[in-house]
Design a protein around this ligand. Structure first.
Ligand SMILES: C[S@@+](CC[C@H](N)C(=O)[O-])C[C@H]1O[C@@H](n2cnc3c(N)ncnc32)[C@H](O)[C@@H]1O
Length: 304
């Protein structure tokens, strides 16, 4: 498959029936031209202040943000409008922050969603920052925020499966919350490996189950009401996958049980969230009876 043909899909999607309303609203927001806006790279990634806009402009910002619901990742403040996303992605970002320095590096965020982590990574001044995510909604959320941030982040509406077709490799790849969506996790990790320059590094996170055995859970249909979850490994099984995919120096950075502090319904998201995904009588289980969501965060290096 040719990369340029795949990249064209990004523009073609603007006319899809479900996407066109987002695109038209985005175009309205992009008529607002402001420069030198104040950017805050903190937990609420923020750009601009309400006083930078007149009333009509602020209304367009509010309308655009609402049109682009659900905001699953964030939080953002745009001209002081607080977009309180379903996920407090700042918690994951802050957990990982001590383990990377992206200065002058060529970086990919695979499954970047609306780019929350990439906006925060700008602070490190990477040489290039490229997000991959096939979702048209999150593309439009990204473009909305980035119109005002004016960063040179590139957002490719491509999946991890297209990484090897890409026209260059990366020094550092993040792939957070994607591995469990892949039917071939070892193949996916191999794709990451081939997408790295020599001495390249990855940080990933994925759902895990407890245990010392080299095994994984294969949910029947849904896990925590999520339809496309294929494999949930123990840490030893995940390490085996990484070794088979050509990684070494595998470091477990943390394991974290997801709580309502990190994932909850807000007026900017869907009505259902973690609370509805867990067994109401036993929060250590999902509604399907599986162990409740727990994530492992891993850093690893490409074998030299
Ligand atoms: C659970 S979210 C994780 C988002 C973010 N990386 C995080 O950790 O908070 C999974 C993301 O992967 C994206 N995704 C789905 N299929 C993908 C694929 N084949 N390649 C890359 N990303 C994909 C989804 O659109 C979604 O934004």
């Amino acid at each position: 498959m040719n990369l340029e043909i795949l990249q064209k899909k990004k523009e073609e999607c603007r006319t899809w029936k479900n996407v066109e309303p987002w695109f038209l609203q985005l175009k309205e927001a992009c008529k607002i031209e402001k420069s030198n806006l104040k950017i805050d790279y903190g937990d609420w990634f923020s750009v601009g202040k309400k006083e930078d806009l007149n009333e009509a402009e602020y209304e367009i910002i509010v309308e655009t943000a609402k049109k682009l619901i659900p905001w699953r990742k964030g939080p953002f403040k745009i001209f002081d409008l607080e977009i309180d996303s379903e996920w407090q992605s700042n918690l994951k970002y802050n957990l990982l922050r001590p383990y990377f320095n992206l200065k002058d590096k060529v970086v990919a965020d695979i499954g970047c969603n609306n780019g929350y982590y990439m906006f925060r990574m700008l602070e490190d001044k990477p040489r290039r920052l490229i997000g991959f995510d096939p979702s048209p909604l999150t593309l439009h959320q990204f473009e909305f925020i980035n119109h005002f941030v004016k960063s040179d982040i590139i957002y490719e509406m491509l999946g991890v499966e297209h990484l090897e077709l890409y026209n260059h490799k990366f020094d550092f790849i993040f792939m957070l919350g994607v591995l469990y969506h892949r039917a071939d996790p070892v193949g996916t990790l191999k794709s990451l490996n081939r997408g790295l320059n020599s001495k390249g590094e990855i940080i990933i996170d994925t759902f895990m189950i407890d245990g010392d055995d080299e095994i994984c859970l294969t949910p029947n249909q849904r896990y925590s009401k999520i339809p496309n979850i294929y494999f949930i490994p123990t840490i030893p099984a995940l390490k085996n996958w990484l070794i088979r995919a050509g990684f070494e120096d595998i470091e477990v950075l943390a394991t974290v049980v997801t709580t309502k502090d990190e994932q909850r319904a807000t007026k900017w998201s869907f009505d259902e969230s973690l609370e509805e995904f867990l067994d109401p009588n036993d929060n250590s289980k999902t509604v399907e009876g599986y162990p409740a969501p727990k994530r492992v965060y891993i850093k690893a290096k490409k074998v030299q």
